[in-house]
Structure formats: structure tokens, C-alpha cells
Design a protein around this ligand. Structure first.
Ligand code: SF4
Length: 496
């Protein structure tokens, strides 16, 4: 059973506003990973808090595995981090090092058996693996593993990576060379933390599609921490050191941190959606918080698609930084137009028919007197299917606004993701089949504008080639096998 009431909305993705429908109307982040080597410290508790800060990256299951010499202690279950663990459970997880995981299922069904870390046995002892991302060559990898009679007990690609490492280690390799050989057999997105009896590894795929950062604890000797985002370091007082580079493996043991560039042709293609929406606004990417980047997106939108209006506000919480930026650049007053129900978690109870019709008010309630007779600009980070946006606009109309102008701080989402983000099949993406004018009509807004693709990338102030933006362009940095493509690229299949 999954309790329903222990997460505040600040920790919870905005997708939950569409709670009448089990399919969220936002792309869903896949996972958060954490790793730590610190024999002098309570590694289970530090991992717990790291995962607690990474909760926005996955809310279906959580797990921690600690290593006490060759022995592994683990606990994983369905639910939020705060529901899966308590003091008594953490006390049962002693050890020198730990890895942890929060999961939202993108491959494999949402079942306890698929909760991570995935623990497998090898010639050198057990390993525990936590994965963020998605492999695209699972069919081939699975065949290779089944030939070796590995007993795959879950349906996740993460378990396959763990077994591929076991296969290499069992053939005689040490931990690092075995892992590197296994990673060369994996294609797709993988940011990993891996626990072994000797130490912890942090790994990113050659494109660095999902983030992974290294931090240090204020300790003697110096101890290292790995987390999907810097917010996972901040919460335990760890200092951000640097990112794990694309195609890099860091090996953290009693003697410190060693780096191995395991893939020589690495080329960074960080998921741009991490910057726009997925990662927490207080996380650092490229030496600034994502809050700052998202504010700049708002300024860019104001320059690209100005409009006359009385009030600008964001869809809480992810649209707020861009709304502030839009206000600063346009001179239109910033205010709150929607109040989010901040004191409840996800509900699994289906609402009544009447509630369904009011849909959006489950989580977002318009401030009627603030909005009445105003021309408003509402800022959101993306539109996927458009069902939530449509309800939101209706709620604003019901509150008496004079005009609704919608601005989206990313380009139209026209393609599904294969790298660890749960988007709908292509035919479900509103922008894959409709023009901006048609979408505006469907949402019943007075005007609608998306940020340009160029604007989104230029605003990063980084090399614009160093990002994956395939869900806006269909230009996938890692080739997708035909069969997998057909599962989601429904429209393009029809064209072929
Ligand atoms: S396809 Fe989109 S969501 Fe997926 S990794 Fe690329 S930018 Fe991110």
C-alpha cells in the first residue's frame, strides 16, 4: 500500500495536477541516484537524505544498499523515500559505503521487484547498481546475458547493466575493467552509481545525457559523494566538486577518487529538459542554478513573443522562474494567479464526476479577485498532451480574466524520449499533429507562443551543440533501433 499524504508540493512534480488521469500531462523524470564512500559516517542516513532531496526525480519506489565488507544490506520498496524508510530500517543498514535510488519506471513495470539498487552476485562479491536513464539496445543485451544463463529476475535495463558487469568480472576482469567492458556493450542513457565491496563507482554514458555530480564531505580523510543533482549534495552539507564527465568512470575507494575516461569519443549531449524542467531549480548546472537559467528563458520569451497584458504569473512551481524573467523584461507586473495545494501528496483516489469536470482545481486554484477582468500572461515550461493546459485556461476564464495569453518556455514537443524520460507516444503529443494556431484554438487562449529552439539553446550560454533536444527536433543523438522507434514514433511509422 502506498500512503498518500507525506510529500509537500514543493517536492512533488507539477504533473500531479492532472490527478484525475493516471497519465501525467508532463514528461516524467526517470530516476535519481546517489552514492557515498564514508566509513566513518552513517552512510545509510546520508543516502536517505540525498534521496530525499532527489525525490522529484522519481516517486514510485526507493532503495538503499550498504556494503559492510563483502556483506550487502539493502531495503527497497514502493513509495516515497519518506515512506519507504524510517529510523529503525536505516539502523539495519550499516556499512562503509552506500548507493541509493528513487525510481519512476520508464522500462519495466511499476513493481517492487523492479525497485533499485539492483543487486547481483559476481566472482568478486556482490554489486549494487542504481541507474538513471534508459538503454536503447536492451534486446541485444538481453540475448547476450541469457546465453550465459543469467537469471534475469526483473524487467529493467538496469539489471541488465549489472549482469553485464558480472559477466565481465566472472570472466576474470577486476571491477573497473569489467565495468568498462560492460559499458561498451550498453547504448543509450546511463548515469550510474555502483557499490562493490571495495568502493563506489560513478559513471556517465558517452553523451552524458543524464546528469551526475561529485561532491566532497568536510572530512579527514576526504570522502566523496555522488548524486544526480547538486541539491542531493547540499542537503548533507557536501561541497560540489565537479560533474562526472560524459564517458567518465570515477572509482571511489579508501585511497580516494580515481578517474577513468572509459569512452574516448565522448560528446556531451545533456538533456535540455533537465535544465528547463526536470532538475530542481536550486541545482547547479554550468556553475549557476537552474533558477537563473529559467529566469533567462522568461526574458527571452518576452523578447521573442511580447504581448500587452496586466499580469504575468507562472504555473506553480516549475513555471515561476520563467514568469519572473518575463515580467522583468516586459515590465508587466508579476503576481500569483494560481495557488497550489501545497500540503498534500499524490492521491490515488479517483475524484467524482463533478470533480473531474473541475479537474485542475484539485491542485491549482485561481485567485479570483486578483485575476478578475485582467489580461493575463500565463507561463508554463512545456505542453505535452494539452489536457491540463486546457483545464487551466478554463479555470482562468471561470475566474473572470479578460484575456489569456500563454507562453511556453520551451519549443513544441513533437517527439517522444527514448533516454529515460516518460513521454507519451508521438500521436499523443499535441504539437506532433497540430500547428501552434490549432493548439491555441484547442486551449482557447487569446494567444499562444512557444520559445524558439534557438532561443532555448542560446539562453544556456553554453555550446548549443552540447545538448540533446530530440523531443523538439527528432534528432536523436544515440540511434534508436527500428523496433523501439516503432513503439513510440507512431506518426512517423505511418509515414514510412
Ligand atoms: S529526447 Fe528530450 S527528454 Fe529525452 S533526453 Fe533528449 S531532450 Fe531530454
Amino acid at each position: 500500500m502506498i500512503p498518500t499524504n507525506s510529500l509537500t508540493s514543493d517536492e512533488y512534480p507539477d504533473s500531479s495536477i492532472n490527478s484525475h488521469d493516471n497519465r501525467p500531462d508532463k514528461p516524467e523524470e526517470a530516476c535519481g541516484v546517489f552514492g557515498i564512500y564514508a566509513p566513518e559516517q552513517d552512510v545509510a542516513k546520508l543516502t536517505y537524505f540525498g534521496l530525499y532531496a532527489l525525490q522529484h526525480r522519481g516517486q514510485e519506489s526507493a532503495g538503499i544498499a550498504t556494503f559492510e565488507g563483502p556483506h550487502v544490506h539493502q531495503h527497497k520498496d514502493m513509495g516515497l523515500v519518506s515512506q519507504v524508510f524510517n529510523e529503525a530500517i536505516l539502523d539495519e543498514l550499516p556499512g562503509n559505503l552506500a548507493v541509493g535510488h528513487t525510481r519512476y519506471s520508464t522500462t519495466g513495470s511499476s513493481r517492487k521487484v523492479n525497485a533499485q539498487p539492483a543487486v547481483v552476485e559476481t566472482r568478486l562479491g556482490l554489486l549494487a547498481l542504481a541507474h538513471n536513464g534508459n538503454l536503447v539496445n536492451t534486446v541485444k543485451l538481453r540475448e547476450e546475458l541469457l546465453k550465459d544463463k543469467f537469471n534475469l529476475i526483473t524487467t529493467t535495463d538496469s539489471e541488465m547493466i549489472a549482469y553485464a558487469i558480472a559477466q565481465e568480472v566472472n570472466a576474470g576482469a577486476d571491477w573497473v575493467t569489467g565495468a568498462i567492458s560492460a559499458f561498451h556493450r550498453c547504448e543509450g542513457a546511463f548515469s550510474l552509481t555502483i557499490g562493490t565491496p571495495e568502493g563506489v563507482m560513478g559513471v556517465r554514458d558517452p553523451h552524458g545525457i543524464r546528469p551526475l555530480v561529485i561532491g566532497t564531505l568536510d572530512s579527514q580523510p576526504l570522502r566523496y559523494v555522488l548524486a544526480s543533482e547538486t541539491c542531493g549534495l547540499d542537503i548533507i552539507g557536501a561541497e560540489y566538486l565537479r560533474d562526472v564527465a560524459p564517458g567518465e568512470l570515477v572509482w571511489i575507494t579508501e585511497t580516494g577518487l580515481e578517474s577513468f575516461q572509459w569512452h574516448q569519443k565522448s560528446e556531451r549531449k545533456l538533456c535540455i529538459f533537465e535544465m528547463i524542467y526536470f532538475a530542481r531549480p536550486d541545482s547547479l548546472m554550468h556553475d549557476e542554478t537552474l533558477y537563473s537559467y529559467r529566469m533567462r528563458l522568461g526574458r527571452k520569451m518576452a523578447a521573442e513573443s511580447p504581448v500587452e497584458a496586466d499580469l504575468v504569473f507562472g504555473v506553480p512551481d516549475s513555471g515561476i522562474p520563467a514568469a519572473i524573467g518575463f515580467s522583468q523584461a516586459s515590465g508587466i507586473a508579476y503576481g500569483e494567479g494560481l495557488i497550489k495545494n501545497r500540503y498534500v501528496g499524490r492521491t490515488f483516489i479517483q475524484p467524482t464526476q463533478a470533480m473531474r469536470e473541475s479537474g485542475i482545481k484539485m491542485k491549482l486554484n485561481p485567485l479570483k479577485d486578483v485575476l478578475f477582468s485582467k489580461r493575463v500572461v500565463i507561463i508554463d515550461d512545456s505542453i505535452v498532451r494539452g489536457t491540463t493546459s486546457r483545464k487551466l485556461v478554463q479555470a482562468l476564464r471561470d475566474a473572470g480574466v479578460a484575456e489569456v495569453h500563454m507562453r511556453i518556455s520551451s519549443p513544441p514537443v513533437t517527439h517522444p524520449c527514448f533516454y529515460g524520460i516518460d513521454t507519451d507516444t508521438q500521436d499523443q503529443l499535441i504539437a506532433a499533429t497540430k500547428s501552434v494556431e490549432e493548439i491555441a484554438k484547442q486551449l482557447q487562449v487569446d494567444s499562444l507562443a512557444y520559445l524558439s529552439w534557438e532561443g532555448m539553446l542560446e539562453t544556456t550560454r553554453e555550446d548549443t551543440n552540447s545538448f540533446c533536444s530530440a523531443c523538439f527536433t527528432g534528432d536523436y543523438p544515440v540511434a534508436i533501433p527500428e523496433k523501439m522507434k516503432r513503439s513510440k514514433l507512431i506518426l512517423e511509422k505511418a509515414v514510412v
